[in-house]
Design a protein around this ligand. Sequence first.
Ligand code: PRP
Length: 182
Amino acid sequence: MKNMMDDVKNILFTREEIHEVVKRLAAEVSRDYADKEVLFISVLKGAFVFMADFVREVTIPCEVDFMAVSSYGAGTESSGRVKILKDLDTNIENKHVIIVEDVLDSGITLSRLIDMLNSRRPASIAICTMFDKPARRKAQVKATYSGLILPDEFVVGYGLDYAEKYRNLPDLCVLKPEVYEK
Ligand code: PRP
């Protein structure tokens, strides 16, 4: 029987370590938004795992919504706006929006998304990311709430994929090199 763990070289952060950080982020947000109406927005697909864990630790009333956007590779970074594949169902005007992300990498996706969401006149926009790779940042974007800092290494699990697989690994893992060579 196949087991994903056979493809894992090492675990970078265990599910227990991740859960402690999720609780810390949710506590910070619940405290800061105690008297506000908050809408959590996730960009599919990677963030679905963190979003599910995060909102269940948040103690204030909130709404959730999802978007899908196309992400551009290095060659097309200056090509314009993020393309929306699935838009929000919610009107965000005058709402306090928090973008819930799995990983903040170059920041290009998020900086464009924020420009686009700002044009819809929300009351505020903040970013809450589980993982952060500040060393890879290209766009001017900083997480308001940031979980764990990652080395510049390819990681999977906790929502993050390689070729659409391994999102369901509960720990954040580094794959064996031979997996990429298959
Ligand atoms: C990841 C992640 C962010 C984006 C961050 O999504 O979920 O949305 O990349 O990268 P950036 O900071 O360099 O813009 P990805 O495009 O891998 O899609 P997925 O969530 O469906 O895996």
